[in-house]
Design a protein around this ligand. Structure first.
Ligand code: PGA
Length: 238
C-alpha cells in the first residue's frame, strides 16, 4: 500500500488557489488527497480530474434538513468528493463536537459512500499526565463506526498541530501501535486493513522519517499542504 498524503486546507483558499490543486493533479504524484474548504470542492473536483481525490473537512450527521449552514455527506458525494475528515481537533474545540457526534458523522460519511478519515489525539496535558493511550482508547471506543470498510484513522496529537512540534518517532510508533491494537480488538482481522495516518506539523523535512515509522500509513498535512511545491515535496518522501 503506497503511503497516502492528505492535505487539509482548513479555512484557507480562494478561487486563485485552485491553481495549486491543478498543479498537484498535473504532477503525476499518486495517493495525494486534498480537503479544500467547502467553497472550493466543486472547482477542485473539476481541475483534479480524478488525479487527486477531493474531500470535505467535515459533514453533518444527517442527510438533509433544517440545519442552516451545514453540509451533509450526501452533498459532498454529490459534488464528486471521495472522502471526508471527521473529528478534527479544531472542530472538537471550536464546535464542541464530542465522540458521539464524530461517530454519527463517520457513519454518515460511510453511508454516503465516502471514505472517512477519523481524527483522534491527546492534548499536551494528557500526554504529560501519561494518559495518551487511555485518551486514544476512549476516543476510539466512542467514535468508531460499526464497520472498518472505508475507514482511515488519523493520529493527530493536539499539541503538534500548527505548532512546529512533533512527537518523537518512538512516541509516534507507540501511539500507532496502540491504535492498531484497538482496531484489531474492535474489528478483528479487518482492523489490520485500516490505514493509520500521522498528522501534526508535518513538513517536507520530517515527512520521510515519519513515514518510516511502523504502522504509519500516510500523513495528514495542514499548513504544508497549501502549495503544490510543499505538498509534492512531502509526497516525494512517500
Ligand atoms: P498542521 O495541521 O500540519 O498545520 O500542523 C495538521 C492538521 O491539523 O491536520
Amino acid at each position: 500500500m503506497p503511503a497516502l498524503i492528505v492535505g487539509n486546507w482548513k479555512m484557507n483558499g480562494l478561487g486563485e488557489d485552485i491553481a495549486e490543486i491543478a498543479a498537484m493533479a498535473g504532477s503525476g504524484a499518486r495517493a495525494v488527497w486534498i480537503a479544500p474548504p467547502f467553497t472550493l470542492i466543486d472547482r477542485a473536483v473539476i481541475v483534479s480530474a480524478g488525479a487527486v481525490k477531493i474531500g470535505g473537512q467535515d459533514c453533518h450527521a444527517k442527510d438533509k434538513g433544517a440545519h442552516t449552514g451545514c453540509v451533509s455527506a450526501a452533498m459532498l458525494a454529490d459534488l464528486g468528493a471521495g472522502f471526508v475528515i471527521v473529528g478534527h481537533s479544531e472542530r472538537r474545540r471550536d464546535n464542541g463536537e464530542g465522540d458521539a457526534d464524530v461517530r454519527a458523522k463517520a457513519a454518515a460519511g460511510l453511508a454516503a459512500g465516502l471514505e472517512v478519515i477519523l481524527c483522534i489525539g491527546e492534548t499536551r496535558e494528557q500526554r504529560d499526565a501519561g494518559q495518551t493511550d487511555a485518551v486514544l482508547s476512549r476516543q476510539l471506543a466512542g467514535s468508531l463506526p460499526d464497520t472498518a470498510e472505508g475507514l482511515i484513522i488519523a493520529y493527530e496529537p493536539v499539541w503538534a498541530i500548527g505548532t512546529g512540534l512533533t512527537p518523537t518517532l518512538a512516541d509516534v510508533a507507540a501511539a500507532h501501535g496502540h491504535i492498531r491494537t484497538e482496531l484489531v480488538g474492535r474489528f478483528g482481522s479487518a482492523g489490520h486493513g485500516v490505514r493509520i495516518l500521522y498528522g501534526g506539523s508535518v513538513t517536507p523535512a520530517n515527512a520521510g522519517e515519519l513515514l518510516g515509522v511502523a504502522e504509519v500509513g500516510g500523513l495528514l498535512v495542514g499548513g504544508a499542504s497549501l502549495t503544490a511545491q510543499s505538498l509534492l515535496a512531502i509526497a516525494a518522501a512517500a
